[in-house]
Design a protein around this ligand. Structure first.
Ligand code: ADP
Ligand code: MG
Length: 241
């Protein structure tokens, strides 16, 4: 599906016309509405994600994220990024990548819209709307209940992205969601990229392992981590599914 673009007062919106018939900057602002009901803050992540009611009556529930900086620089410029042209904005890049993931049939959040707003000549702010993965909970909130079979599936899911050359720049236990039918979805493709096979694949897995340890999940010597690696290896060896 082709994404479409409309200019807004100080920026532009890139959107999937199947999911957003009347794109408007208001839809990216949790405070101003543009949605039927109130925005509910998502518990995990950097604290600038919200869950929103559908924009159209039969539409899907949505997740809205405002891009925020991490680390030391966040103390100076919380939500502003250096302007390097529209296609280089964090939100346009992520939306285009999500559209590619959807066309590949990979389990990620489905793209709805991306909005940037220029702030002066040098910087911009950005926001992203995706379809909310329904009934999903982050892996990070359920280490105690996740069975070996699901760890295996998490590994197989990461492998499917890697086989398609998709590098997740921040693969951690908050960015892996398990839905009510125990299917695994990856979210948060900020700075993700399509790459040729390489050492980044192992680095993705190492980052995930560090995140599990940091959040009190399975250690690299646990059965759970072994199940994840088995799932990964089996899926990587299997012919394209
Ligand atoms: N499409 C989605 N479906 C369900 N939950 C989501 C979705 N997008 C974001 N979330 C929730 O919001 C949190 C923060 O979003 P995320 O995209 O990871 O941004 P960040 O980590 O930069 O704050 C996630 O950890 C998840 O709980
Ligand atoms: Mg995240």
């Amino acid at each position: 599906m082709r994404l479409e673009r409309v200019p807004s007062e100080t920026g532009a919106i890139l959107y999937d016309p199947r999911r957003l018939a009347h794109p408007d900057a208001v839809q990216f602002d949790p405070a101003r509405g543009g949605h039927a009901g109130a925005a509910v803050r998502a518990a995990s992540g950097r604290g600038s994600a919200w869950f929103l009611d559908p924009i159209v009556p039969d539409g899907p529930a949505l997740a809205l994220r405002h891009y925020r900086r991490g680390g030391l620089i966040a103390r100076f410029v919380q939500d502003r990024y250096l302007w390097q042209g529209e296609e280089a904005t964090r939100c346009f890049r992520e939306l285009r990548l999500l559209a590619q993931l959807e066309s590949l049939g990979l389990p990620a959040a489905r793209p709805v819209g991306a909005f940037y707003q220029r702030v002066g000549w040098l910087t911009y702010r950005a926001a992203l709307l995706t379809v909310r993965v329904s009934g999903a909970r982050p892996l990070s909130s359920q280490f105690d209940v996740v069975r070996s079979e699901i760890w295996h599936r998490v590994g197989a899911t990461v492998a499917a992205f890697h086989t398609a050359g998709i590098c997740h720049a921040d693969l951690n236990a908050h960015n892996i969601l398990i839905d009510h039918s125990d299917a695994v979805h990856l979210i948060d493709f900020d700075r993700g990229s399509v790459r040729v096979p390489g050492s980044w694949m192992g680095s993705n897995l190492q980052r995930l392992s560090r995140s599990l340890v940091k959040l009190g999940g399975p250690s690299p010597t646990s059965q759970a981590w072994q199940a994840l690696l088995d799932g990964y290896d089996e899926a990587r060896r299997a012919p394209f599914r």
